[in-house]
Design a protein around this ligand. Structure first.
Ligand SMILES: Nc1ncnc2c1ncn2[C@@H]1O[C@H](COP(=O)(O)OP(=O)(O)OP(=O)(O)O)[C@@H](O)[C@H]1O
Length: 799
């Protein structure tokens, strides 16, 4: 359990909050801080909140369950206390909510996660707990929680009732944030999707109420994990979003069980993706942020009760088995991730154990949230009833493990190339070249305005040796600018320019105590392309000038190229794994090999930087006072912008249909600002409402590969999408096609037959699962022991 835990009875001694976890928790990125450096993943532990709901009347009813309340929270708001004749236990988490907690109090504790999301970080909030323990109540609100939608659809018109849960509250906060004037947001688009995992199959909750077309999960480099075929609705305001939540809830698989009159039989994932462009005061150029927010309401775990077995029909058996199976896999993933976190803490080169994400749809869907790039909060819900004690302890154990899991949070930022800056750098290089050719000296004023370049003083001096020194520095500076310029050109997709040669001198020339003239430079490089090529070749073989910076840059460039090649190799082999061309073992072997080479090369690269720094080349290096937080690339201290970020987005395009029944089809209606304001000023909010009074929300569909299509709902063919597909999610009546009853009956009969055939197996599986869980945990222990003995292999906890 987190922090100090007092074990009162038979519970094992509590693990303390690890130093690494504590450090990581304090190292959590500050979303409102300037972006620089936040694209470096920050290890952050999953935040664990526990909520104990009140005892319900049917639980305490003497004629039915006659249960008493045996779980409470202590005044420190962290400790959960179990007080039952068979078990006494106290354990501490990040926060524990007492039975009397309001929905608002719960939300207040996750609000920072919502703010992180709107500031460009991926975030996840998920509710876990026994069936009937209050997950849906916490995430959505109790049945009938009223959310008023505005006719105008502005964020402040979405009025929540006090019972509204985390999801509706988050939505309102998200749109409030996106409309803040001080964040420099000039354009923003928000997409919403809602998917459920029912019987190990994925269904679109917004367009497939009858669960007729199951969807597949895919992963592609640069895009992460996504559900192919899932509709993503472009929402303009909180009102749109809340209407979709409500619709999705209506389409969720629920059933009355002995524990809950409306028990969710599927795991649901409500996802919001926000793509925003910001232009901040005083910042160079615009930033594009793209972040994902996952709000997950899991189906509840439930023990197989043999006394009630007879009352279960085939569907129930199938649901229960699948729910338990996926939660069991979730538990194993959490256990493996927790082990990896602890092992890495002890030994950074520890070999991670396998995390079985692929063994269930749920864990595959949540892979990023559990061990990837996401700030994650777990809300574990408990019933205080004495007859739920066993399940409650099991939930607490799960929560405890979850807290040891590290995710790696980073800002999902893309800084589009600033063409003006490139132009300025190019003309700066040209100007410096001209100055040198004319035999003039270069002084500080000549290079003003280039804040990212090395700040070498180039004051002119009548003394020939110091002027030679100044010249040397000027040449180093030119090399720097040329490299920087080429790095920018590369990002623009433009061909690299050959080195002019002005930035490098031979050892002989460097030692010449005379002012360099244009003709001298012509000997080295002279700006003509042949010479430039020669220079590059010479440089690569180490003959290029003895100017320290020139030499360092050549070596660093070579090292950088090797590192890039290794990264590409790793990327290639990983892609092959995801396309099932190679097995996990092979992946591990190859990656181990590459990582070894990579580490070695990286060390050399950092050493080069250190040497360069020592030699006074003005290149910031880790540990030196001028290091800004990351190793510069492209041969200098210029600010590095990560273009190859995972925010490349799904392979989708957005298309609007003129004939859309969703009201206006103006091209701006997908923007939260509702205006054609890309890069311009915000003109206001769009609040198009169609004649029927339902807000029109267009959507796009994620497809595998790059054949994505955006569609207007009116163009979707019922046959293509399945006959029960609801084409218009916000129209309450299912518009479209008429059911073919006979076909359905036949289909149902077949399904029933198949379910019967599976039933026996599933019941056996139930027993087998419990045994397997024990075995898996034992195996993890063994693996950890073996790993401690074995050599070193460093990796992340990602599977
Ligand atoms: N904090 C709470 N205060 C009052 N009632 C609550 C609270 N939490 C849950 N309940 C009530 O308990 C019952 C079960 O809650 P809920 O449906 O949210 O459970 P669940 O964990 O989502 O169950 P399942 O996994 O079966 O879907 C509901 O009637 C709900 O209104």
């Amino acid at each position: 359990m987190v922090g100090a835990t007092v074990a009162l009875n038979d519970s094992p001694p509590p693990p303390q909050l690890s130093p690494r976890a504590a450090a990581a928790a304090s190292a959590e990125p500050n979303p409102s801080a300037p972006s620089s450096g936040l694209d470096i993943p920050t290890p952050t532990s999953i935040e664990v909140l526990i909520r104990v709901r009140p005892l319900l009347s049917h639980e305490s009813d003497e004629d039915t369950r006659n249960a008493s309340s045996c779980i409470s929270t202590l005044a420190d708001n962290r400790t959960i206390s179990i007080n039952h004749p068979s078990k006494q236990l106290q354990c501490e988490y990040d926060w524990s909510f007492p039975q009397s907690s309001s929905q608002e109090e719960i939300y207040d504790k996750v609000n920072s996660c919502v703010n992180s999301f709107t500031n460009g970080f991926n975030a996840t909030i998920f509710a876990y707990g026994q069936t009937g323990s209050g997950k849906t109540h916490t995430m959505f609100g109790p049945e009938g929680y009223a959310v008023q939608r505005s006719t105008y659809g502005g964020p402040n018109h979405a009025i929540l009732n006090a019972n509204a849960g985390v999801i509706p509250r988050s939505i309102v906060q998200i749109f409030k944030n996106l409309h803040r004037k001080d964040l420099g947001i000039v354009n923003v688009t928000a997409y919403v999707s809602f998917v459920q995992v029912y019987n190990e199959q994925l269904f679109d909750m917004l367009r497939d109420p009858r669960r007729s077309s199951s969807l597949e999960i895919h992963e592609e480099p640069g895009q992460g994990i996504y559900v192919s075929g899932l509709s993503e609705y472009a929402v303009r305001n909180a009102g749109d979003c809340l209407a979709l939540v409500k619709l999705g809830e209506e389409n969720r698989a629920i059933r009355e069980t002995h524990m809950n009159t409306a028990s969710s039989r599927s795991h649901s994932l409500f996802q919001i993706i926000v793509e925003q462009t910001r232009i901040e005061d005083g910042a160079e150029g615009e930033r594009v942020l793209k972040s994902k927010f996952n709000l997950v309401d899991l189906a509840g775990s439930e023990k197989w009760d043999t006394r009630k077995e007879r009352k279960f029909n085939n569907d129930q058996i199938s649901e229960l088995t699948n729910i338990n199976l996926s939660l069991y896999t979730l538990g194993r993933c959490i256990a493996a991730l927790a082990k990896n976190g602890k092992a890495l803490e002890k030994d950074p080169d520890a070999i991670p154990v396998h995390v079985p994400y692929r063994e269930s749809k749920l864990t595959r869907l949540l892979q990023d949230s559990l061990g990837g790039n996401s700030k994650t909060v777990l809300i574990a819900t408990l019933s205080p009833a004495s007859d739920c004690l066993e399940e409650s302890v099991s939930t607490l154990r799960f929560a405890d493990r979850a807290h040891s899991v590290m995710t790696f949070v980073k800002l999902n930022e893309k800084r589009p190339v600033d063409h003006a800056l490139v132009q300025r750098l190019q003309s700066e290089v040209a100007r410096l070249r001209a100055l040198l050719r004319d035999g003039g000296s270069v002084n500080e004023a000549d290079i003003s305005g280039l804040t990212t370049a090395p700040s070498t003083s180039l004051a002119a001096s009548p003394d020939s040796s110091s002027s030679n020194e100044a010249l040397q520095k000027a040449m180093e500076r030119i090399t720097f600018l040329e490299n920087d310029n080429n790095a920018l050109r590369k990002r623009l997709g433009m061909p690299e320019l050959p080195p002019s040669g002005l930035g490098g001198v031979s050892s002989q020339q460097a030692g010449t105590p005379q002012r360099h003239t244009p003709s001298k430079f012509a000997i080295v490089g002279g700006g003509n392309s042949d010479d430039a090529n020669r220079l590059r070749t010479d440089g690569a073989s180490g003959e290029m000038g003895s100017g320290a910076a020139g030499q360092h840059l050549i070596e660093m460039r070579a090292s950088h190229e090797k590192l890039s090649a290794l990264m590409m190799d790793i990327d290639r082999v990983t892609s092959r794994f995801f396309t099932f061309e190679i097995e996990e073992e092979e992946l591990k072997d190859v990656v181990t090999k590459f990582m070894k080479a990579f580490r070695k090369e990286k060390k050399g690269y950092l050493d080069l930087y250190a040497r360069a720094d020592r030699d006074g080349c003005g290149i910031p290096v880790r540990g030196s006072p001028n290091f800004a937080g990351k190793v510069p690339r492209g041969g200098g201290g210029a600010k590095v912008t990560k273009l190859n970020s995972p925010m490349a987005g799904p392979p989708t395009t957005f298309k609007k249909e003129n004939s859309s029944p969703f009201g206006s089809s103006s091209p701006d209606r997908t923007s939260v600002f509702g205006t054609a304001n890309r890069g311009g000023k915000v003109l206001g909010l769009s609040g198009a409402v169609n004649a029927a009074g339902s807000v029109g929300v267009a959507y796009r569909i994620r497809e595998k590969g790059d054949k994505s299509k955006g569609r207007g709902p009116s163009t979707v063919s019922p046959k293509k999408r399945g006959k029960n597909f609801n084409a218009n999610p916000l129209n309450n009546s299912v518009d479209g096609w008429i059911q073919d009853d006979e076909d359905d009956e036949e289909k149902l009969r077949k399904e029933l037959k198949a379910a019967k055939a599976r039933m026996k197996k599933q019941m056996e599986m139930q027993d087998w699962l419990e045994k397997k869980e024990e075995k898996a945990l034992q195996q993890l222990e063994e693996e950890e022991n073996a790993r401690n003995k074995r050599g070193s292999w460093r990796s992340t906890t990602r599977s």
